[in-house]
Design a protein around this ligand. Structure first.
Ligand code: MGD
Ligand code: MGD
Ligand code: MO
Length: 695
């Protein structure tokens, strides 16, 4: 096995790589390369959590890399913003002009420049390494990268002290698995393999989700609750655990804080009350509590779907209390997993060099509110008007909430926009310059995972296509043009990859030099690190009751907060827009990253709206009809798909389609709002009321 593909031969060589996409599975890849061309991408059969299997999307990674739509040259806009009219320019011309524009803005106020990036790649090298150094040195505005997991992270922090949890491989041995706010078959396929093993060994699988997704179809039980009501359900489970004494008193006494207060709160939530709030049968809640209290080891695979609502962080808090009550953490196959990120230790200070700020403290802009923030003028509270945005690893036009405002912001003629990407995305259409980036097959990277416990290496399998360059190289060249001479701007991608893995007990003896040949390596550390307590909270205990929350004036216990938009909190709005819309991912897309791949788009067909037959009948909507979905923020045209997989009063708009691939040039994010979650300042994509009519 060769580490890199610099030699040309007629026999394929195999290069070890890692899937870069924003997904908990972070698969180990084997790329076959023949005569400098990548001919296939397979899952590594030896890597335990990949087990030789890839999702339909990444199995087609070569189709994406060699797609005729790949950007292979720098492009300069020649038509109006949004028109998509661009002409090729040389790197020299593009870099010179971009540097000149940034210099003149920075001379007035560098905070008028904003980096905008997220999860196009989760690699440490092509993510926030050279890019962060560049923006820190410049003194640009900082970006709060909240668009996915911020609420869940805040919820976990409050109770267990971080993004820590079960080893995914242990789910194979669980006796009960609650799949909570996760469509595993779509967005965490390799976890599902372990859930299947557990099922074959007699485990019971329960899916807790507002719609009967592919995963719910295959579980024994589906608790089909209303979106944004999970905290009420969790409290009702606690109520039952306590009244039936299905508790681990010893674990509670030794390793938790605030049980009496939690108990008092839980007593306010008998199953009848939660059943009414959640819209599920009371007997189903009772049975779920009985299962959770009596089947051991009991595991919860929570995922981010449930925290995209106003009360998202508190819902995660409430659920995170459950394993300690029954002592599930004692078992390797018990407890909870939302994210495994904090089992790893990355050296972010070395990668991102915040010291280059040299004492400056730029303002921070929350990426969720980019729509409003691009349209804001200067003010003492906000700071300078945003004059330049550099977008990389992200497609805000399609993924950020209240998309029509995001579009209007990027359409500003006085905004200078640079987009680094593989494709001419919705966002790229609004750029002044589009710079061609390399894909994972063409550059070096190193990855951790948020769903398992392996570090992975990504070796470059092929040379960059056309004139494409890695993000790192683009920022290196821009730094040179800006006159930044700090030595860190001369570091190679290999050097950066080596910096990523911190010298830290959490990483054991894992280091880049060996990782790039082995491809992957598992973290040391016990499968059940919380068996004897040792939570990462200030008290070292599982904090049912949080002093930190109390100190900031919030409820020290998990709170039940219903959505911003629902009949209880906004009855007048609900009268006009009676349908709750959720917009979770479609199986053959990865956010918008595979939107360009025709074969995957063909599998998804067209942008759909799942509508319950009763709701459709009331509105005279037939299956397959074109419908207009609207609220005060805008309207979008979708195709109605009548299905009892959604609840009455709830619609599902699977995402995320490129706006330009949609019939009226908009997508579901036209309808979503920019309000923030209770903690963590995350987005509320699944907290959205709409009305639907035949178009
Ligand atoms: N195929 C595919 N895989 C992906 C992605 C993709 O786009 N496509 N995206 C990747 C990314 S970036 C992420 S963050 C993850 C996302 O994957 P998950 O973390 O699993 O989150 P979602 O897919 O947003 O939602 C999962 C489920 O939560 C449900 N849900 C919505 N609201 C609620 C609620 O209030 N309560 C409960 N209990 N459930 C609710 C949704 O209906 C959905 O079935 O997946 C990653 N994997
Ligand atoms: N309505 C609704 N909206 C959502 C969600 C939802 O469930 N519903 N999910 C939300 C979630 S969980 C997330 S994480 C966000 C995701 O939002 P984003 O992080 O923006 O993810 P993508 O849409 O996949 O866009 C990533 C872009 O990066 C590009 N890219 C990939 N690799 C590289 C690289 O190496 N270099 C460069 N320069 N570019 C690269 C890809 O081609 C793609 O255009 O969307 C959020 N938006
Ligand atoms: Mo995400």
């Amino acid at each position: 096995m060769s580490a890199s593909a610099t030699v040309e031969s007629s026999d394929p060589i195999v290069v070890r790589a890692a899937c870069p996409h924003d997904c908990p599975d972070t698969c180990a890849l084997l790329v076959s390369v023949k005569d400098g061309v990548a001919i296939s991408v397979r899952g590594d059969p030896d890597h335990p959590t990949t087990h030789g299997k890839l999702c339909a999307k990444v199995a087609r990674y070569t189709e994406r890399t060699y797609h005729p739509g790949r950007l292979l040259q720098p492009m300069k806009r020649v038509g109006p913003k949004g028109s998509g009219q661009f002409a090729p320019v040389s790197w020299d011309e593009a870099l010179a002009d971009i540097a000149a524009r940034l210099k003149s803005i920075a001379a007035r106020d560098p905070e008028a420049i904003l980096p905008y990036s997220y999860g196009g790649t989760l690699g440490f090298v092509q993510g926030e390494s050279m890019a962060a150094r560049f923006f820190h040195r410049l003194g640009a505005s900082l970006l709060d990268r909240t668009i996915c997991s911020a609420a869940g992270e805040a919820g976990l922090n409050a109770v267990i002290g971080g993004k820590l949890g079960m080893d995914v491989e242990q789910f194979a041995h669980s006796k009960l698995i609650l799949i909570w706010g996760s469509n595993s078959i779509t967005s965490n396929l390799h976890f599902w393999t372990y859930a299947q093993q557990a099922k074959r060994a007699g485990a019971k699988l329960v899916c807790i989700d507002p719609w009967r997704n592919d995963t719910a179809e295959k579980c024994h039980e589906h608790v089909q609750l209303r979106p944004g009501t999970d905290a009420a359900l969790a409290y009702a489970l606690m109520h039952e655990l306590i009244t039936h004494d299905w508790l681990d008193h010893d674990y509670i006494a030794q390793h938790t804080l605030g049980f009496d207060a939690l108990k008092a709160r839980a007593m306010e939530w008998p199953p009848e009350r939660a059943a009414a709030v959640c819209g599920v049968p009371v007997e189903q809640i009772r049975q779920l509590a009985r299962d959770y209290g009596t089947l051991a080891p009991a595991a919860i695979r929570m995922n981010y779907g449930l925290q995209r609502v106003r009360g998202g962080a508190n819902a995660v808090r409430a659920i995170a209390c459950l394993p300690a009550l029954i002592g599930a953490w004692r078992h390797e196959a018990g407890g909870l997993l939302l994210s495994s990120s904090n089992h790893f230790k990355a050296d972010t200070a070395a990668l991102e060099r915040p010291d280059l700020l040299a004492g400056r403290t730029p303002r921070t802009i929350n990426m969720v509110t980019i729509g409003d923030d691009l349209l804001r003028g200067s003010s003492p509270a906000f700071g300078p008007r945003v004059e330049a945005v550099i977008v990389y690893n992200c497609n805000p036009l399609a993924v950020a909430p209240e998309g029509d405002k995001v579009r209007a912001g990027f359409a500003r003629d006085d905004l200078f926009t640079v987009v680094l990407d593989h494709f001419q995305t919705d966002t790229a259409d609004y750029a002044d310059y589009v710079l061609p980036a390399t894909t994972q097959l063409e550059h070096v990277d190193v990855h951790k995972s948020y769903g398992h416990r392996y570090w992975l290496a990504n070796n470059a399998a092929i040379a960059p296509l056309g004139e494409a360059k890695p993000n790192t190289e683009i920022f290196r060249l821009l730094a040179a043009r800006m006159g930044f001479t700090d030595p860190c701007f001369a570091e190679s991608d290999e050097q950066i990859a080596a910096q990523a893995i911190a010298a830290d007990a959490r990483n054991g003896d894992i280091a880049w030099a060996s990782l790039k040949t082995t491809g992957w390596a598992k973290l040391p550390g016990a499968a059940a690190p919380l068996a004897h307590g040792g939570f990462a909270t200030p008290s070292g205990k599982c904090e049912f009751w949080s002093q930190r929350e109390a100190d900031t004036g919030r409820d020290p216990l998990p709170e039940v907060l219903l959505p911003y938009e629902c009949a209880e909190t906004t009855p007048e709005l609900a009268a006009r827009y009676p349908l709750a819309m959720i917009s979770p991912p479609a199986r053959n897309f990865l956010n918008t990253s595979f939107g360009a791949v025709d074969s995957l788009r063909a599998l998804e067909g067209q942008p759909l709206l799942l509508l319950h037959p009763q709701d459709a009948a009331r509105r005279g909507i037939a299956d397959g009809a074109t419908v207009r979905v609207r609220n005060d923020r805008g309207s979008v045209q979708l195709q109605a798909h009548l299905s009892d997989r959604t609840r009455v009063g709830q619609v599902v708009g699977l995402g995320i389609w490129w706006r330009k691939h949609s019939p009226d040039g908009k997508n579901v994010n036209t309808l979503t709002h920019q309000q923030l979650t209770d903690l963590g300042a995350g987005p509320c994509f699944y907290d959205c009321l709409v009305e639907v009519a035949a178009a």
